[in-house]
Write a protein that binds this ligand. Structure first.
Ligand code: PLP
Length: 396
């Protein structure tokens, strides 16, 4: 059975071009870039090139890029560094719909270090209110951290404008752009954004590599200490093959992003319109007019997302649900809860996230599979609106 992979916000396939570029760094060019011999030195040269590719994609300078192990590390580093830089500032602004990498760090600073954290609310399309944001900023706000794009809904936030507002307030601005990099254009040149996180495995590089953009001249404290790698900003021998791969993935994104996003969005729209029009009692979660081109989060009323996923899995389709199993019960995701999506819909949410590797045939297959699949499930659901046929034959 063919696998139809539509879970690219969870992770992506390593692009074969990226894989080829990184291969020599396992078995041939395995030197340590910090070594003084030429064998290690040539790896250092490759890292320099990779850094330039990342910088080109973001339109910043290469020395503003710090390689990390993942998006979560980049996020944690950004918050950690900001609060170290301004120890007298004891307030943080973020949103209720951030990734747990940000939320859990903010929650522990609140619980363990008595920081005050303002979590911005969203409306039911997941949009933020700029007035609420302006009012949240204080003289003692150490950092604002707001994601560029949401991993579940794909919603894009006005981070440029929010960064300018933070700057006027004298506050550092970090954005978690893990889902945005490689999917939408990012230009940090004339931007007020101070720090930005990205992750390799979300843009067709392997897992285990990420980066943090830190604007030049910004006070910075390393999260990992004990080595002079990354200009003393992140200790630990570099994941050289991963970094080369990330550089190549960024180069591909810089070259093809615009054309690719048109194609991916057309597939996403075909999928989304088809599902919404053929399956009754479905809604779109998120901001239809301002989202990533690859993401569609659809709720199927009166059915459990996890059950839909299981049936999709049996048909070879991979996606993810907006419910998580917490303490034995299925809880709607914190993002959908924050948006106020009604429970019967929040429980049945499925995120489809596409990539350059999806095809129209795959979309057609999903469109053929989903209507009978959801119909069958609804017959079994006590809350169902489609109970025209009994779920099990009634004894005569
Ligand atoms: N931030 C966002 C918005 C994400 O979607 C993810 C991963 O899903 C992360 C951060 C964490 O990235 P990583 O898996 O590289 O740690």
């Amino acid at each position: 059975m063919k696998t139809i992979y539509m879970d690219n916000n969870a992770t992506t396939q390593v692009d074969p071009v990226v894989f080829e570029a990184s291969k020599p760094f396992f078995t041939q060019l395995y030197g340590n870039p910090s070594s003084s011999h030429r064998f290690g030195g040539q790896v250092g040269v490759a890292l320099k090139k990779a850094r330039e590719h990342v910088a080109t994609l973001l339109n910043c300078t290469a020395n503003e890029i710090i390689f990390t192990s993942c998006g979560s590390e980049s996020d944690n580093t950004a918050i950690y560094s900001a609060i170290k830089a301004f120890p007298q500032k004891r307030h943080i602004v973020t949103t209720r719909v951030e990734h747990p990498a940000i939320l859990s760090r903010c929650n522990s600073l609140k619980k363990e270090k008595n920081y005050e954290v303002t979590y911005l609310e969203t409306d039911w399309h997941g949009r933020l209110d700029l007035d609420e944001y302006r009012n949240a900023l204080r003289n003692d706000t150490a950092i604002v951290s707001i994601m560029w794009a949401n991993n579940e809904t794909g919603n894009i936030y006005p981070v440029e404008e929010m960064a300018r507002i933070a700057k006027e307030n004298g506050t550092l601005f970090h954005t978690d752009a893990v889902q945005a990099v490689g999917k939408v254009a990012i230009d940090l040149h004339d931007s007020a954004i101070d720090m930005l996180s990205l992750s390799g495995h979300k843009l067709h590089a392997p897992k285990g590599v990420g980066a943090l953009f830190v604007r030049n001249a910004l006070p910075f404290s390393p999260f990992l200490t004990g080595g002079q790698q990354e200009g003393g900003r992140r200790a630990g021998t570099e994941n050289t093959s991963g970094i080369v791969a990330l550089g190549k993935a960024c180069q591909l994104a810089a070259d093809h992003l615009e054309a690719e996003s048109v194609v991916v969005q057309a597939l996403r729209d075909k999928l989304e319109n088809g599902l919404l029009s053929t399956i009754p009692d479905t809604i779109l979660n998120g901001d239809k007019d301002n989202r990533l081109p690859n993401t569609s989060n659809i709720s199927f009323g009166s059915v459990e997302g996890e059950t839909i996923l299981l049936m999709m899995d049996q048909a070879g389709i991979c996606a993810s649900s907006g419910s998580a199993c917490a303490s034995g019960s299925l809880e709607p995701s914190h993002v959908l809860r924050a948006m106020g999506v009604p429970l019967t819909f929040a429980h049945g949410s499925i995120r489809f996230s596409l990539s350059r590797f999806n095809t129209e045939e795959e979309v057609d297959f999903v469109l053929e599979t989903m209507p009978p699949l959801t119909k069958r499930l609804r017959k079994l659901s006590p809350l169902s609106v489609e109970k025209d046929i009994p779920a099990t034959p009634t004894p005569s």
